[in-house]
Design a binder for this molecule. Sequence first.
Ligand SMILES: [Zn+2]
Length: 370
Amino acid sequence: MSHYVEKISLKSPSPGTTRFLTVHRFISEHGGPKVYLQAALHADEWPGLITLQHLLAQLIDLDAKGLLKGEIILVPYANPIGMDQSINGTLLGRHSFSGEGNFNRNWPDLSAVALKALETENPSVDNVKMALLQAVKSLVSVTPLQQLKKTLLSLSIDADIVLDLHCDSQALLHLYSNYRHVEQAKILAEHLQIPVLLLEDEPGGSPFDAAHTLPWIAVEKQLFHSCFSATIELRGEADVNDTFAAQDAQGILSFLGTQGVVLDGDYVVEPFVVTTTDLTAVDAVVAPISGIICWKVQLGDVVEKGQLIAEVVDLTAAAPTQGRTDVYSRTTGVLFAQRGAKLVTEGDNVAKIAGSEVLENVGGGGLLAL
Ligand SMILES: [Zn+2]
């Protein structure tokens, strides 16, 4: 048995209250990669919370049979700060009420630390990992959020595989990863039956996954090693149920089987079509005016460039015949994410379409939504 459950204390913002993370560690006597998984860094994205419970049950079983390899760290809820941010019954878990921004932005780039760690006679992967862990210990942790980020990184920064579980408003399964890891990302997508794989070299905004990729990119000319770090979007925020969770947990476990983390099993999957799309070729559809959006297409539809996909109804118009503004797709591809709320404000990102041609401005080069 190598399953340890740890409670890690976190700072609490008010007297008389406490916060903590629950962390599951599986440390095998068989060598192997270090894997880190977490759910709901955006605290209002809940599919991953139940997926990790299903995965945990399977890992505990495999561990009892001595079938795990390497080290697995599983954080079943990554953001107890965000989970406490309710107003009138609605949880607002994307941005910190402290004013410190989006929970999945502004994670540190420790590239310089990795480069510095090479300045020894025998530079090695272990040297870099140790330097990264040491650097995390030195991060500022004055505010509760800074301390939470530092704590999560202290568990994850030396991992070889990092899977960060999120979801969109209403969406198909999709996956964000880096071009350097396209092969692993495709395997992950096949095992989870993820139809849309979004790739970039530099996502912008410094999300959690990039914090684990960037240091190894910095030293890639000297060391043949990397961290496969990906953000899995587990459909939409309402897609929280045991059926999806069991299926997704099985997909993750099956993927881990291909990565040498599980000893038993035959982890071959049925062929599954995964569409890879550069982030700059995603049409992040913007509401042209404020009003009620009426969709002409549905999630998962393949749309054509120039196709009418929605109308936004201007409620201030003098007559209904004058009050509709058309929304057209700027690309041909799969509409894989859609905003759930139907009352939209001009400039809102209301949908995402995975196309094949590079688009200007709104869709380009970032994580698409704030
Ligand atoms: Zn998210």
